[in-house]
Design a protein around this ligand. Structure first.
Ligand code: KG4
Ligand code: ZN
Length: 350
């Protein structure tokens, strides 16, 4: 099925359906030659009560959402399934049960329609979000560039030599930056996912009211688990008899936590620039939605002469437009998935 379809299809416009189901977002998007025609994301409120993503519940919610989400993406793009020329899906990394739902759907859909299937690495797709085009003109980063990919599961500094040639030159040794935000928020009694809440509160707080240590990890690697413990030690004595942190302290605690997370990210990013001599910087992943991070990046860019690329928010958090974009680039390079392709919970990034 695959090879014949490859030769037939890549000649004309690539009308690709992207499917994303690696964590707690069921998403589908249609891109035509890299331009977004629809980008649909269904979140999963079911995890809120548990203060974090429950893998089994995520798989069930993906199963409920996947068909309606794909239908909506096609309708919004004004297309029928027979108009598509390829299907791309997130192969991993992610929650294995969640990935299986997207993979099984994408494989069946491609098979039924006789379309080539493209397996996409979610972390690479986050980087390739820079190349998505829509009705707002944005310059795309020239190669090579460095990408800070910061999400709930990963924290990577990626050396991007070309769309298909990238290597993580730094990564977290333990928790991801997004986890540090989410776990810190949970300690403060804020609802899941905590990153956006910490972001909003931090904007009204003073990061110097409290102190957190800065870890010393050699080279370009990072660590956030010590920060999590230090934050717990800071927060627990501040809790009142009712177990809650006084509301007036929340902005300062959030600003302190966010400051410590961003300090580490920027220390390592600056070191990566020094080591590689590359001053073109992209950011991607859910944490790149953080306003403090964006402001600091803009300030550092001005101060250091970096050329910075920040995708729109809709392409930073988990979405299927980035999966379709990666699928488009892979398809053109002949990377077609075979019928035995299976999801992978872990995919090494180095
Ligand atoms: O990339 P993403 O949507 O999903 C994963 O692949 O993990 O990233 C989700 C992570 C969560 O940890 C969430 O709290 C964090 O991104 N996040 C933020 C913000 N928005 C989302 N962290 C800090 N500030 C934000 N504004
Ligand atoms: Zn992600």
């Amino acid at each position: 099925m695959a090879k014949i379809a490859e030769q037939e299809r890549v000649a004309g416009p690539v009308r690709i359906l992207g499917i994303e189901s690696s964590c707690d977002e069921t998403a589908a998007a249609v891109l035509v030659d890299g331009r977004v025609h629809s980008n649909v994301v269904a979140g999963q409120d079911v995890h809120r009560a548990w203060g974090g993503v429950v893998p089994e519940l995520a798989s069930r919610a993906h199963q409920e959402h996947i068909v309606p989400v794909v239908d909506t993406a096609l309708r919004e793009a004004g297309m029928r399934p027979s108009d598509l020329t390829a299907v791309a899906f997130t192969q991993g990394p992610g929650l294995i049960g969640a990935l299986h739902v997207g993979a099984a759907f994408a494989k069946s859909y491609a098979l039924a329609l006789g379309l080539p299937l493209v397996a996409v690495d979610h972390m690479r797709a986050h980087v390739l979000a820079h190349f998505i085009r829509d009705d707002q003109e944005r310059p795309v980063p020239a190669f090579p560039f460095l990408n800070l990919t910061v999400s709930g599961g990963h924290t990577l500094i990626v050396h991007v030599r070309s769309a298909l040639d990238m290597e993580a030159i730094g990564s977290t040794l333990d928790d991801a930056a997004g986890e540090a935000f989410d776990k810190g928020a949970k300690l403060l009694g804020l609802p899941y996912p905590g990153g956006p809440q910490v972001d909003a509160l931090a904007a009204q707080g003073d990061a110097r009211r409290f102190r957190l240590p800065r870890p010393s990890v050699p080279g370009l690697d990072m660590s956030f688990s010590g920060l999590k413990s230090a934050f717990r030690n800071l927060v627990l004595p501040l809790r009142g008899a009712d177990g809650a942190v006084p509301a007036e302290l929340l902005p300062h605690l959030c600003a302190t936590l966010q400051g410590a997370i961003l300090d580490q990210l920027f220390t390592k990013l600056t070191l990566a620039v020094e080591r590689t001599g590359i001053t073109r910087i992209g950011i991607a992943g859910g944490v790149s939605a953080n306003r403090g991070l964006r402001q600091r990046l803009a300030a550092e860019a001005d101060a250091r002469g970096w050329n910075v690329h920040i995708p729109p928010l809709a392409y930073c958090t988990d979405n299927a437009a980035m999966v379709a974009m990666a699928g488009d680039l892979l398809l053109r390079a002949g990377h077609i998935a075979g019928p035995d392709t299976a999801p992978r919970a872990r995919i090494p990034q180095a």
